[in-house]
Write a protein that binds this ligand. Sequence first.
Ligand code: ADP
Ligand code: MG
Length: 703
Amino acid sequence: MNEFREGALDPIFKPRSVAVIGASRRKNSIGYSLVHNLVQNEFAGTIFPVNPTTDVIHSLRCYPSVAEIPDPVDLAVVVVPRDAVPAVVDDCLAAGIKGLVVISAGFGEVDDEGREMENAIRDKVREAGARMVGPNCMGVLNADPEVRLNATFAPTPAKPGTVGFVTQSGALGVAILNVAAGLGIGFTQFASMGNKADVSGNDLLEYWESDENTKVIAMYLESFGNPKRFAQIAKRVSHEKPILIVKSGRTEEGARAASSHTGALAAADVTVSAFLDQCGVIRANTIEELFDIAQALDRCPLPKGNRVAILTNAGGPAIMATDAFVGLGLEMASLSEETVQSLRSFLPAEASVANPVDMIAAANVDEYAKATKHLLEDPGVDMVLAIHVAPLTSTPLEILHAIGNSATDRPDKPVAVVMMASEDSYGDVRTQAESIAVYRFPESAATAMARLYEYSQWRDRPSTPAPEFDVDDDAVCALINATCEGYMDVESAFSVLEAYGIPVVERRIVGSESEALRAAEEMGYPLVLKAVGPELVHKSDVGAVAVDLRSMEEFYRAFTEMEKRIQAAGVRAESFLLQRMVRKGHEVIYGLSVDQKLGTTLMFGLGGKYVEVFGDVRFAVPPLSKEEALEIVEGLRGHRLLEGVRGEAPTDREFLAEVLLRLAQLSERHPRIAELDINPFLATSSRAEALAVDVRIRVEPVR
Ligand code: ADP
Ligand code: MG
């Protein structure tokens, strides 16, 4: 009976028949709502309620068990109490059902026993070549007019459209459907994943990747099940269609990390953002913002540049829009002489024809149409925002259609509209204007357009595979094995960098005063002296770094004073490190750490003693392409410092990116390195002079 592909999601999203196990006559129960919604939405296939205690539900014949349903069933929706679920799943699989949606709760989200039951169910489902959404979810929905499946208990139906939506929270799913209905946004499919025992967000990404009706993929996520796989899939899919995410979990993190300091908390979220940026995924802060952006992605082409022209009939909102655009990194277009002349020819004398073009309150439908057209034809304009503040008499829908028609003539440039209209006409505007992105306030429109631009930039960026460097992995393995666990000794840490082709400063490790003096004379001056030991984490904090020692006398004095200071601080120096004094370069920092959710993350930023003060760092998740590494180096707030200020030579940014790429390779090949800090690395205009002068590496035991 089944021509569905083995293991595919079609039995779940495109079933020809649905059984509801745990269907109920009791109004307001989930078992009732499910049958009600299936019927109400006019599901295109057959519905089989299953409940041993009654004969009829919702005018449909009710069956005592799945086994007794006479026809083949594609999808089983399960709403029985937790302890009854395993037997029901067995029945379903025995009856050859390939799709399951388990709404019932009380599994992995509750306790270990629940988790075990959940895993056992998943194993059986997979063994049978079936797929399961849930448990602990609110169901699935397919708005395709050919299917019309609403297998959820949400009261709001979904309009057919182009958005595929997956939510990790069922409760939020209801709100999502409500918000979307209010905004006139339609779906292809919608799924609430619940505990993700079998079907995950990654599976849905791949499902919608190959579904040609889905133009925009939207996700509400609390965690990435498998971040590496997510990154692989998301990068691939984002080149074809946009992925939008509301990623929460700050509170979850907060609950677990209440005792750790807030810096780490902020960093965790910053790394998630960096990770999503890297994957080309568009991050929204709220569900509302997600739909603002979804509207633009669905209805506008991607902009080729960041120059915006604003058209308005009121000054205030245009100023707000300008502030919002500029604040988000977009540019106000300067209009060509030709455009200005054309606008002048039909607009009243009081109108302002510079950008923003203010047509004054009386602007009519015709003027909106023409002005939009001229702005779109200007080669210096990449996108247009039209603002209309409705006077009592006008009809916003006509204005909207006029703008929409002009936009259709230039399908290569996005046009968004801000309609400030009365509440009742606004509802019409939202639901009737299906092909144009309409917003209530300039800021929402600006955010949507800015994200559109960033996404188009990501798509245009060449993406090459991570480069491979010729390095000495055997040497690194030996150094890691010799450390077993904890911080590597200083010399080994420098050796790891050397094995990976990262330049390090000339140095000597010595144990005693006499040895130190002999080494200093051999190396020559100026020198830097550092005391090292397991307790000396931030050496300069306890006066364990002395720089620019120019003679034997200076060196000797520095040595004896340092010994005293360290003793006074109550820490022990295991040995002393002599380094060549480096006079050149900007201090930058490289870092590697393991994030609880994302795995290994890399960091680059402005370094030295003030790294925490400036906090100017960027994160990335390996593997990294050359382009990604360069973007991180050039994406610092203080990037101009590296470009060279006031006659300084610019630093070699390609080389800074290369060091990051070498560290990415190190992290991929040597996962036992759990923490690595190069602070500072002295960045110079020539790669021959750049050097690491301080490094720390922590190694994890073999797992
Ligand atoms: P810590 O970070 O433990 O305090 P560092 O080894 O990073 O110790 O040294 C602190 C600062 O001293 C560095 O940020 C840098 O400004 C300076 N410094 C350290 N080593 C050298 C060196 N070899 N040449 C020049 N300056 C150095
Ligand atoms: Mg340091």
